[in-house]
Design a protein around this ligand. Structure first.
Ligand code: SAH
Ligand code: SF4
Length: 455
């Protein structure tokens, strides 16, 4: 989501006459986009911004900053955007002395104006939005060749109203709001006309699209396939767009894994066979405390529905280890759930108390070393599981959207199959980025498949 917001800001700045440059050292303006979902993420963004303002002010404290100051003499303005700005408010200017401007997540579209005002001599400008504000420019994409690609992110849902006990997102990204379907379809159509082959629809809980506010209205044409749920209906509309090869979306909540969603998967081959379905925990006790609104059995029923439809359906997840009061037994339930669900990949997070959340009032009682241990155990399990699951695909032919050469070897190309699995193959020179090619899989690693082009 931050990547998408950054792109929209870059496109708006280009439209206002600014130019992208190749590296940070050449930049006159740097804007850091921050995340505050965990304390570490926030520290990282604030640290980076402070490093930049220190360079610009020419008072680098460390030897490293002094060396960088010499290289970065062009830097005129430093801005901060994103969730940490909303959490900290005016305090950002204390945390980052010399910061020129800051904009919260629903105010990114004000940045070109903030830049103009700073260039005119103003400083410490702050823009925070209300929880229901709908930003302008949600659909702005770059016209400049440097910003164009065959893949694009499209925001369909803002904010979140779920209020999981540990999560700060609803406080910083505001209330849930679904963009009108007509707007989303027009945006994707225009992207496809420009050569975009794959879109990824974004929201904290995309399957809640059109639930809190209507996304479709009476003047929209009825669904040809008789879809009544707003999200599957959106997939149907997007699947009719010429030139669009793939439709992805993230993140999802098991409550939204309805029969209509499965029908949409079955009917539209463009809809990728992959779902990021964060589980957070495998223990009903912890899931209840987290306020996730599903049980282990309900979650696994959603998994079964997807795998009954396609046994190779690819599932990825997020897990939190060390939630307050998480016992060794709770943790073992997470381990066993992960094995039952059979994920292709998993992101494991060590619980981090976030100010103002319900969980922050509870003692953070799982020691750091134990959180670390649980993290490592889940990652090791996942490595073995990824290897075994990928191993089953050796000998099969996958349809791969070619993305580009791998970093180390120009002739070795990387792409992804419908399940979002990374596939590496030899490109004799005929394959271009954005082509869909067939690759026979010869070898599997935990997170990567290797194969040869099938002519
Ligand atoms: N909306 C998505 C998740 C967005 S946040 C969903 O619910 O599916 C991304 C991930 O960060 C979450 O899935 C969770 O695993 C992790 N996370 C959120 N708050 C956290 C916290 N306080 N400590 C550790 N991890 C956290
Ligand atoms: Fe946070 Fe829960 Fe909303 Fe995801 S669904 S953003 S974890 S409150």
């Amino acid at each position: 989501m931050n990547v998408r917001d950054s792109e929209a800001v870059a496109a708006m700045l280009e439209a206002a006459g600014h130019e992208r440059c190749g590296s940070e050292e050449d930049a006159e303006l740097v804007i850091v986009n921050s995340c505050t979902v965990r304390d570490k993420a926030e520290q990282k963004a604030i640290g980076k911004t402070g490093y930049l303002t220190a360079e610009r002010l020419g008072r680098g404290r460390s030897a490293q900053a002094k060396i960088a100051a010499g290289k970065a003499s062009k830097l005129k303005l430093v801005g901060l955007m994103g969730c940490a700005v909303k959490r900290l408010g005016a305090e950002v200017f204390e945390k980052v002395p010399g910061l020129d401007f800051a904009a919260g997540p629903r105010k990114f579209w004000m940045i070109p104006r903030l830049v103009e005002r700073c260039l005119a001599g103003e400083s410490e400008l702050l823009e925070l939005a209300g929880d229901d504000e709908v930003p302008e420019g949600l659909g702005v994409h770059s016209d400049a060749p440097s910003g164009q690609s065959f893949q694009a992110y499209v925001t369909i849902l803002l904010g979140c109203d779920n209020r999981c006990s540990y999560c700060i997102v609803p406080d910083v990204r505001g209330h849930e709001y679904s963009r009108p379907a007509r707007e989303v379809v027009a945006e994707v159509r225009s992207l496809a006309e420009r050569g975009v082959k794959e879109v990824c629809l974004l929201g904290q809980s995309v399957l809640r699209y059109g639930v809190r506010n209507k996304a479709w209205d009476e003047s929209d044409a009825p669904s040809p396939g008789g879809y009544t749920e707003p999200f599957p209906r959106l997939l149907e509309a997007l699947a009719s767009i010429p030139g669009l090869e793939r439709i992805r979306f993230t993140s999802a909540h098991p409550k939204g894994c309805t029969d209509e969603l499965v029908r949409a998967y079955r009917s539209f081959p463009q809809v990728c066979r992959h779902l990021h379905l964060p589980v957070q925990s495998g223990s009903d006790r912890i899931l209840g405390l987290m306020g996730r609104h599903y049980t282990r059995a309900e979650y696994l029923a959603a998994v079964k529905k997807l795998r009954d439809f396609d046994p190779e359906f690819s599932l990825t997840t997020d897990v939190i280890v060390g939630y307050p009061g998480e016992t060794a037994e709770d943790f073992e339930e997470t381990r066993s759930l992960m094995e039952e669900a059979g994920y292709e990949n998993a992101f494991v997070f060590k619980y981090s108390p976030r100010p103002g959340t319900r969980a922050a009032a509870l003692p953070d009682d799982v020691p750091t070393s134990e959180k670390e241990r649980r993290d490592q155990v889940l990652l090791a399990d996942q490595d073995a599981r990824g290897l075994a699951r990928n191993g089953r695909l050796v000998g099969t032919v996958r349809e791969v959207l070619a993305e580009g050469p791998s970093l180390r070897n120009e002739a070795r190309w990387s792409g992804r199959d419908s399940g979002n699995r990374i596939v590496i193959f030899d490109n004799p020179g005929s394959v271009r980025a954005g082509d869909v090619v067939k690759v026979r899989i010869e070898r599997a690693a935990a997170q990567t498949l290797y194969g040869q082009l099938v002519c």
